[in-house]
Design a protein around this ligand. Structure first.
Ligand code: SAM
Length: 344
């Protein structure tokens, strides 16, 4: 047996308070779906006054295994234990761009970037072919994308991403942010904006960005895409082709007021919104793809969300780590996540 320990990113405790290690343990168990030797005996240990998430594997972790685990959302460092000594393993996260892409934007109602990465990870790993990337680059859709935290995390992974949000201010803020960021980082790109129409009706606005991860790839035509439709999420299956998304990932409205800028209809319980939107989201999902949702359990119960997903024909992942992600955000929000797969 081989023993390992993960040191948590220090900022994770600020985000999740006491829940950081528990969330990492659940996330690690889901990562096991993509590892040849899944982690066993996942636990916690205090060493030198610091908490580590510990696990054992039958075989030693390979370089590819370590590369995959490097993307755990709150991993700071990974060690192999040998007796009393900790041997650091070289981590190689996928990150293709500077991390300030995720941290510069600050606004009320932003989904924390560590949690966004966690939700995207467990959804990508719940597909029938679990993995964060793959031979065919996954397309990530966030149909309630706000100011684009999921889109930015997908960019960090070098994936294509599409978001929808009905809030015009979110759209305009994201457009301004992304164009400025790409310009300041001298990343080769094109950005096209304009009205969004379907069947002669104006639905809202659209932003279509194509960029190269570096100059060579841009020159060779090896580009990535980010698209933002400023439109109601109920139009998702009008705007996107059936079966075009590998994952659909969304942080649902919390049913509480985040600052005063959001109109009331956007802050009510998400139950009705999800019941109306999930069938359309499911149509744009590929067979074998996965849908991941986070929400405030104070306003909708897990069973109700599961029933909405099952009615749309999705298979909800249950048991073990999939029921170990609930955590307190603040007095009004107890957040949980649920993942479901579209049968292949
Ligand atoms: C919890 S926020 C998501 C925040 C986002 N993850 C971020 O970090 O910016 C939920 C989002 O759902 C959007 N929303 C609510 N109802 C919608 C609808 N019918 N169509 C599209 N977006 C909607 C809100 O405008 C809000 O931005």
């Amino acid at each position: 047996m081989f023993d390992y320990g993960i040191l948590l990113y220090p900022g994770a405790n600020r985000v999740y308070a006491d829940a950081a290690a528990g969330l990492l343990r659940a996330e690690l168990a889901v990562f096991g779906e993509a590892l040849p030797t899944p982690p066993a005996e996942i636990g916690e240990r205090r060493i030198g006054g610091v908490t580590y998430v510990t696990f054992r594997t039958e075989g030693a972790l390979s370089e590819e295994d370590v590369a995959l685990l490097s993307n755990l959302s709150s991993l700071y460092a990974l060690f192999e234990f040998g007796g009393e000594l900790l041997r650091p393993l070289e981590i190689r996260p996928l990150d293709t761009l500077d991390s300030d892409l995720l941290t510069i934007q600050k606004y009320p109602g932003k989904t924390n970037e560590l949690f966004t990465k966690l939700l995207l990870n467990v959804t990508l790993l719940s597909r029938d072919r679990p993995g964060l990337t793959g031979p065919r680059r996954p397309h990530v859709v966030d149909p309630l994308c706000g100011r684009g935290t999921t889109l930015n995390q997908a960019m960090m992974y070098g994936l294509d991403a599409t978001g929808l949000d009905v809030d015009k201010r979110d759209f305009e803020a994201y457009e301004r942010f992304l164009k400025t960021w790409l310009r300041q980082k001298r990343i080769k790109h094109t950005a096209d904006t304009g009205p969004l129409r379907r069947h002669k009706h104006r639905l809202g606005q659209r932003l279509e960005v194509e960029y190269g991860l570096d100059k060579q790839r841009w020159k060779a035509g090896d580009t990535r895409r980010v698209t933002f439709f400023n439109a109601d999420t109920l139009t998702t299956d009008e705007l996107l082709k059936a079966g075009s998304a590998d994952v659909v990932v969304a942080d649902a409205p919390y049913g509480v007021q985040h600052g005063s800028h959001q109109p009331d209809e956007l802050t009510r319980s998400p139950r009705d919104l999800l019941a109306a939107a999930v069938p359309g989201w499911t149509r744009v999902l590929k067979a074998g793809g996965a849908l991941g949702l986070s929400w405030n359990t104070h306003v909708v119960k897990r069973d109700e969300i599961a029933a909405i997903l099952e009615r749309a024909g999705l298979e909800v992942r249950t048991g073990g780590p999939f029921e170990g992600f609930a955590h307190r955000v603040d007095q009004a929000i107890l957040r949980d996540l649920i993942v479901a797969r579209k049968p292949a």
